[in-house]
Design a protein around this ligand. Structure first.
Ligand SMILES: [Zn+2]
Ligand SMILES: [Zn+2]
Length: 257
């Protein structure tokens, strides 16, 4: 794939919109907010899921993906996340109460487990099929990371959920080959307090944060809008100079590597 496919662009469900998921290769997704519905039977090809954090809008389709294809899988579904992310997933969702813990279930006729969990650290670097995937820290209410995806020597940063975050700005500054920045904008600016409390961004906060950079020589893509405020957030974004050329992502959008 010469592009990243946005399977779910939003920070909530509603108005026909779906939650966060980026397909970065035929078999790799960042977050699992929406896999089954857009990919249908092709969802069986997903082998690697890199999670940014444990919130429901980013993990929900793990449960349905493994359930749908369990009987035909010959290899484990590999799930990568920070230690806290994996622990929360196992404690609160794949806990045999809300859903079975597939990491304890063997694949049919195999000794491999159907899900393998991998705890990752910020310094890790993965290379899968010629794509480099590197986690970096973001600032959210739970342990969270974004991912730097490098292909053809150019980088795309998917920041995932974040509030005001100094280390993220440093990461952007230090990424000399940055081509695309995907950054969130969850609420309209009138909800500044809610955004600060829940560690998200608004158009005004995003303007303030990106304004701290010396230069912006990369494409800006905005995601994770709360669907019911989409038009309000978009009209605010259109009025902000620094975001003038930003693209607001929708389900099905594509980001060229
Ligand atoms: Zn979210
Ligand atoms: Zn979140």
């Amino acid at each position: 794939m010469e592009y990243i496919e946005v399977l779910g662009a939003y920070g909530g469900k509603g108005c026909g919109k779906n939650t966060t998921c980026f397909r970065i290769a035929q078999n790799i997704v960042i977050d699992a907010g929406n896999i089954i519905a857009p990919l249908k039977e092709n969802a069986a090809a997903i082998e690697h899921i890199f999670l940014t954090h444990c919130h429901l809008d980013h993990v929900i389709d793990i449960a349905f993906l493994i359930d749908a294809f369990y009987a035909i899988k010959t290899k484990p579904l590999n799930i990568y996340g920070l230690k806290d992310t994996i622990a929360s997933l196992k404690e609160h969702i794949l806990n045999w109460k809300i859903w079975p813990d597939f990491s304890e279930l063997d694949l049919l006729d195999k000794s491999d487990k159907s899900i393998m969990f991998y705890e990752i650290n910020y310094a890790d670097k993965f290379d899968i099929g010629g794509i480099q995937i590197e986690p970096f820290a973001t600032c959210h209410t739970v342990a969270s990371c974004g991912y730097k995806i490098t292909k053809n020597a150019q980088a795309t940063m998917i920041t995932s959920d974040t509030g005001v975050c100094e280390s993220l700005l440093e990461e952007i500054k230090n990424t000399k080959n940055l081509k695309n920045l995907v950054i969130e904008c969850s609420f309209p600016s009138k909800f500044k307090k809610l955004a600060l409390d829940s560690m998200h961004l608004t158009p005004a906060l995003l303007e303030e944060e990106l304004g701290k950079l010396d230069k912006i020589d990369f494409n800006i893509f905005i995601n994770h809008l709360k669907p019911f405020y989409e038009s309000e957030i978009i009209s605010e974004i259109k009025g902000i100079d620094i975001l003038h050329n930003a693209v607001v992502l929708e389900d099905g959008s594509k980001i060229e590597y």
